[in-house]
Design a protein around this ligand. Structure first.
Ligand code: ATP
Length: 239
């Protein structure tokens, strides 16, 4: 059984149909990527899974449970956590305090245990734990956003554009961390403009065009697809 399943999901903003009857599945333990041009509906798909946007048709299932149009707090309790586009860390707070904010539903003991795991994964965050987040580099801020998401012990982690605004070498580093987070047992749904690097760490991928799924295959098959290469591999870091 899939951990996450979107069944004939449609979502609109007024008259704009951002998602048009899409079907999508993520198996437990997998990394799945959504690829698509600006405005294709990728962020909307994430927002819908997170309960930030309601569907006007279709069903969303999480581990067999119907979570369609539940609120965000409910999704977090189920173990779904979003690391949003633009990171949205709190620049005036320390790295440590930012991390603890990700564990607001956990006990102190759980949070203390998880922060050790985060520091093991991101030694750079440990070295800067007392620094305010606004003084971190872009790559470190992305690590902090990932670390904060892990603090909530997600079963399903939604990552919206983790490479946004980062230099090519830092992007590769971030994707290595994403792979490690996955190997620790977290299922990941990834939205990425940088399709090539994302496909390299993914198991499966879906290509969205104006709210519709137009292709769906293993990441390896899409990496080798002429159509995907021509449409989505231009102008980004080589991985
Ligand atoms: P990007 O890569 O640019 O973030 P995306 O694939 O994530 O694009 P979405 O942000 O999901 O695309 O947008 C899908 C469609 O919905 C677009 O046509 C967009 O203009 C529209 N849309 C998104 N958010 C809103 C909103 N709050 N109000 C009105 N329309 C919106």
């Amino acid at each position: 059984m899939a951990l996450l399943k979107l069944e004939n999901v449609s979502v609109s903003y007024g008259k704009i149909k951002a998602l048009d009857n899409i079907n999508l599945e993520i198996g437990e333990g997998r990394i799945v990527t959504l690829i698509g041009a600006n405005g294709a509906g990728k962020s909307t798909a994430m927002r819908t899974v997170m309960g930030l946007k309601h569907c006007d048709g279709g069903k969303v299932w999480f581990d067999g449970l119907d979570i369609t149009n539940k609120d965000t707090g409910y999704m977090v309790k189920q173990g779904i956590i979003l690391s949003p586009e633009g990171r949205q860390i709190f620049p005036g707070f320390t790295v440590r305090d930012n991390l603890f904010m990700g564990a607001y539903l956990k006990t102190k003991e759980e949070a203390a245990e998880t922060i050790d795991m985060v520091y093991e994964l991101f030694p750079k965050l440990k070295a800067r734990e007392k620094q305010t987040a606004g003084t971190l580099s872009g790559g470190e801020q992305q690590m902090l956003a990932l670390g904060r998401a892990i603090m909530g012990r997600p079963r399903l982690l939604l990552l919206d554009e983790p490479s946004l605004g980062l230099a090519p070498l830092i992007i590769l580093e971030i994707f290595e961390e994403i792979k490690k987070i996955n190997e620790m047992g977290t299922t990941i749904l990834l939205v990425e403009q940088n399709a090539k690097v994302a496909l390299k760490v993914s198991d499966m991928a879906y290509v969205l065009e104006t709210g519709k799924v137009v292709l769906h295959d293993t990441a390896q098959a899409l990496l080798n697809s002429d159509k995907v290469q021509k449409a989505y591999f231009g102008g980004f870091a080589e991985g």
